[in-house]
Write a protein that binds this ligand. Sequence first.
Ligand SMILES: NC(=O)c1ccc[n+]([C@@H]2O[C@H](COP(=O)([O-])OP(=O)(O)OC[C@H]3O[C@@H](n4cnc5c(N)ncnc54)[C@H](O)[C@@H]3O)[C@@H](O)[C@H]2O)c1
Length: 261
Amino acid sequence: MSAHQPTRWAFVTGAGGDIGGAIADLLAARGWGVVCADIDLARAEARAEAVRAAGGRAAALHVDVTDEASVNAAAEAALALGDVRALVNNAGRAFAPSMRTTDYASWRRDMSVNLDGAFLCIHAFQDHLLAGGGSIVNMGSVNGIGMYGNPAYSAAKAGLMHLTRCLAVEFGGAGLRVNAVAPGTVRTRAWVERLAVNPQVFDELNAYYPLGKVAVPADVAAAVAFLVSDDASHITGVVLAVDGGISAGIPQLAAAVTQDR
Ligand SMILES: NC(=O)c1ccc[n+]([C@@H]2O[C@H](COP(=O)([O-])OP(=O)(O)OC[C@H]3O[C@@H](n4cnc5c(N)ncnc54)[C@H](O)[C@@H]3O)[C@@H](O)[C@H]2O)c1
């Protein structure tokens, strides 16, 4: 972006985490001002500081995306900082691994952070974005496409990915684009508990991916940066899989079906 153009700002939730942090870094490198928003303010501040140290523009804000008052306060603070033209609903996490371990309280936790949170953020920014254009990117998952465990999380991500399509249609006339990305496995701290159970978990998972490896946060950030950019100006309502091909199929399964090994 040239010095003569006003800085466009992006509001990135979960920016204290690994994927959100990579998104903040890359958007800042591409000229966006970045609001690093997270329930963990210290981590959001550390990321904003890292962005500034690299020569970018960034600020940190506390937000709990499951709390309407917190989201509205953060949105107001962000809009006072700069002209927010991109909303990246990245905050999320998975709770119960199976239906047998899902009670209603746990179901609500998965729905709340992964689906309600994006709704609340969109609701808080939609008037501003509809008035001046821009884009929204929602962090989906391959769990919203097929079954990879965590049924409540998966249902929430499927809901978020369909909300993406609904809003693309509703908002398109105002020049507000709405897209999602659907990562497969990404090496982040969200895997710490599973790594403690099985230190080889990524090595095991690599074998199921057509590209032979799970993703790193920068792989997902690249897709988000593309979707918010002007290069994607005619793209809305898509769910872009960033999954090493796993939603297309699993090599061992194809080989077992064909018996062509
Ligand atoms: N890591 C993967 O394998 C993977 C795969 C597909 C999708 N995703 C999605 O990517 C996104 C980021 O995950 P990650 O792997 O970087 O995890 P992460 O744990 O590194 O980051 C998540 C961040 O969200 C923040 N957060 C949690 N609850 C919040 C709340 N209520 N309000 C605001 N912030 C909150 C956390 O503090 C953390 O900084 C999530 O939506 C996740 O579902 C991850």
